[in-house]
Design a protein. Sequence first.
Length: 406
Amino acid sequence: MFPHTFSVLSEGFAADPYRYFAQLREQAPVHYEPTIDSYFLSRYEDVKRVLTDHEEFTTGILEVRAEPVMRGRVLAQMTGAEHAAKRGIVVRGFTGRALQDQMRAVQATAAELMAPFLPRGRVDLVNDFGKPFAVQVTLDVLGLERKDRQQVAAWHSGIAEFITSLGLTPERRRHCLECAERLEARLLPLIQQRRRQPGEDLISKLCTAEFDGIALGDRDVIALIINVLAAATEPADKTLALLFKHLIDHPEQMAQVRRDPSLLPAAIAETLRYTPPVQLVPRRAEQGAVFAGTTVPPGATVFCMIGAAHRDPEAFTAPDAFDIHRPDLGAARSFTAAARHLAFGTGLHQCIGAAFARAEIETVAAMLLPLLDRVRHSPGFRYRESGLYTRGPVALPLDFTPRPVP
Ligand code: 2IO
């Protein structure tokens, strides 16, 4: 039957894509999906090639997949001197002193959001904690007001839906574009104000920074803000919940991490390998290409299947095992350009927020682990994930030993 009746758009694949990855890599490593006219690559080697050969495989596809909701061009679409200069500006917003301040805000936010659940001994790590946490941290980084959280969360959902969907109805598309337009209208006066009176936040830095004599215009700033909003928010709650799920499901490794918190970066890196929250990365095959004997035509849309590549036995030994000690993880390099896993992509456009993401998840996990004593799945819970592009638990209800608010 496979691969003729197989579809990445099927209910079976949506329920558990991991069940299909081996067959895909072996029997349909270049899977064509006719209704969306796109090719899905599942082998590590092919995915790596697409992400590193910038001449053959470009980010041109983002003109249609991202630009309409980013309201301008994002870093991933740029190349050469412009890319280097503007990337430099954004990097400075996420390193050194800035990163230290951001992590202090992460701690304060995590403590505040978890407090009401501590005496109850029960929390849904996705819906009670992770989602508001992810949005709040992003607001703090950008310097947006806390009272806007619900509104920004709603706009974020629409924007994320646009970027991550494989086929939108015209109605949904209109809704997503409206979210982006409303957010843009909110941001414009704010940008004018920060240009006059800059603070310590990322928006102020984007407004005032110069790199090699290049400064950012309003269009650039808007697109970068919306990009940071989506990229910092969308995968964060998923990564945190997946980390806790895997550690709860592997009690021995949970005990080791509790005893020795210096293992946390490896546990986070292995979570990103085992279950990457961003499952798909799109590119355009400019001249066409041949993968594993299958030809992809010029101009074709190809999706790199990060989750499938991470389970490729050619790349990782015993890939279906969660093991924070695996020697081929390269834990020390996992949040750098030398990472073996591809959860942050690789090559020229590798995630600019990788170090921030690591610090954020490490900070919140190091805080929560001692607070959530004997943490376990709530009785009767049936685990479910959703999302083909970004993917994570629908919910993660946990029980733990109740305690007074510290
Ligand atoms: C708009 C899927 C949220 C990014 C794109 C250029 C977004 C870009 C990504 C990740 C996560 C998103 N692509 N971050 O895959 O900035």
